[in-house]
Write a protein that binds this ligand. Structure first.
Ligand SMILES: Cc1cc2nc3c(=O)[nH]c(=O)nc-3n(C[C@H](O)[C@H](O)[C@H](O)COP(=O)(O)OP(=O)(O)OC[C@H]3O[C@@H](n4cnc5c(N)ncnc54)[C@H](O)[C@@H]3O)c2cc1C
Length: 450
């Protein structure tokens, strides 16, 4: 990479999984002038677990940060899908084949361990990446030829304008970059209410060990999903099995009337217990361990597929352009795939003109958009199947679960289905971007609007 390319100024809004991966992939590719603007004062991530699927692990390993995450993650041997009301197992899927087939295991871990490993990787590239924490990017002002935005230091200080050569909007589901981009393009697209919300809970081993059934849960090497009508609970141990991570999905009641800017709230423990009142006693004992005042509820919002992720020298990344329901456990993984592909396409720029930057970003969109949107739809479909109420559709789903006991058929809980896994884990987007860049870039016409 020549010196001028190395010094291309690349600004990233947001230090979530997508933003951090972009920064690290770009620094590893040789870029030396990367700036990350983050609203929060540090990476104080919410206490929650995360599934670390092989497609994510492969990228993190290429970026040199997987070993630290793997050390404290839990290697999944299986997943069990159970009836919430009875704890009766509907299906059991062995996941041990994954490591051999896809070279990386399917693990589960703590979000902070993933975020910290990415951040530590970025810090090792400190000469190339500069972080601006406690900084609110208020408005993207221009998209081309040079993108620019207004940054406001949250702890005092005057707003200032930043001009870049490339701007990446990795600012999450509430993305202001997306709003400004769509406005500029005259496209009307709203955030969609999913009518679903999630409680996210972490229990410590000390809190569970007095109860033999709960102790057995935290000692497993598996993911358990308890399902019921319009609701489910998914749980697995993280942090070397010292923490049990529980995430629920239920109909949204508390946010229904809330403004679209509200995404998390302190929930009521009584309300949480009520939502799962017909689930089995063991689940009740487990939910009862949550300290009053520590129930956190998340509103789940998504977005209809956008006509484009790119305008001028600005591209959207991660939840900013493909927010998803969590039922496939691929939201962060897909943001990480975006970051890896951004690293590839920008490092192959033949020249630094805004036209070439725009084309390279459109190669990123070409490699990523269809796949990410397909997984968003698959996650929604999986949720619909898991949340069925009494009726023929549920009976058919349960027949599919039962057939799995004889080793036959597909898994209605899609993340555990071997064909879905092949589609998700068997595809290396970094490799695809590397292999196809030249041809796709060459075949791309200059954008009508720059
Ligand atoms: C219940 C639940 C369970 C999930 N489980 C999984 C799982 O198991 N596996 C998985 O892969 N994914 C999972 N996900 C999805 C995953 O958390 C998200 O898809 C992922 O975090 C998106 O990353 P991101 O970087 O795009 O956005 P975010 O993580 O939202 O990061 C955006 C960042 O931008 C910053 N920001 C926003 N606006 C501004 C601004 N104006 N100025 C400056 N900074 C700004 C924010 O502060 C934030 O740090 C789950 C999600 C939920 C809700």
């Amino acid at each position: 990479m020549d010196e001028a390319t190395q010094n291309l100024k690349i600004c990233i809004i947001g230090a979530g999984m997508g933003g951090l991966t972009c920064a690290l992939a770009l620094a590893n590719a040789g870029f030396k002038n990367i700036q990350v603007y983050e609203f929060a004062s540090n990476l104080g991530f919410v206490g929650a677990g995360i599934q670390l699927a092989p497609n994510m692990a492969r990228i993190l390993d290429n970026l040199g940060v997987w070993a630290d995450i793997e050390k404290e993650a839990v290697d999944l041997k299986d997943t069990s899908i159970r009836e919430g009301a009875t704890d009766k197992e509907l299906a059991h899927v062995d996941l041990r084949y994954i490591r051999g087939t896809y070279k990386y295991p399917h693990m589960v871990g703590h979000r902070s361990s993933l975020a910290n490993a990415l951040y530590e990787g970025c810090k090792r590239a400190e000469k190339s990446i500069q972080f601006f924490f406690s900084t609110n990017v208020e408005k993207v002002k221009t998209f081309a030829p040079k993108p620019s935005f207004t940054a406001i230091p949250r702890k005092g200080g005057d707003p200032y304008e930043v001009e870049a050569d490339v701007l990446l909007g990795a600012d999450g589901v509430k993305s202001k970059t997306r709003v400004e981009m769509l406005k500029e393009l005259g496209i009307h697209a709203e955030v969609k209410d999913t009518q679903q919300a999630a409680y996210r809970i972490m229990l410590r081993r000390e809190e569970m060990q007095h109860d033999p059934e709960l102790l057995e849960l935290i000692n497993t090497d598996g993911v358990i999903r308890w399902i019921g009508e319009k609701r489910h609970i998914i749980a697995y141990p993280v942090s070397n099995k010292n923490i049990y991570n529980i995430s629920t999905i239920q109909p949204d009641v508390n946010f229904a009337a809330a403004p679209s800017a509200t995404y998390t709230t302190k929930g009521s423990k009584t309300a949480m217990l009520q939502v799962f009142s017909d689930f089995c006693p063991m689940i009740h004992r487990m939910l009862n361990l949550v300290p009053e005042g520590e129930v956190c509820e998340w509103k789940l919002r998504v977005h209809a597929p956008l006509p484009t992720w790119v305008h001028g020298s600005v591209a959207l990344v991660g939840d900013a352009c493909h927010p998803t329901l969590p039922h496939l456990a691929q939201g962060a993984a897909q943001a990480i795939e975006d970051g890896a592909v951004i690293g590839v396409v920008l490092s192959r720029l033949p020249d630094l003109s805004p036209e070439s930057i725009n084309k390279a970003l459109r190669v990123y969109e070409k490699v990523r958009k269809e796949r990410a949107e397909k997984l968003v739809e698959l996650a929604a479909a999986s949720g619909r199947a898991l949340h069925l109420g009494e009726g023929e559709a549920k009976a058919e789903r349960d027949r599919q679960f039962a057939a799995l006991k004889e080793g036959k058929g597909s898994v209605p809980d899609k993340w555990a289905d071997a064909d879905v896994q092949k589609y998700i884990y068997g595809v290396d987007v970094t490799q695809i971007a590397q292999d196809t860049f030249q041809e796709v870039f060459r075949g791309m016409s200059t954008a009508a609007r720059m």
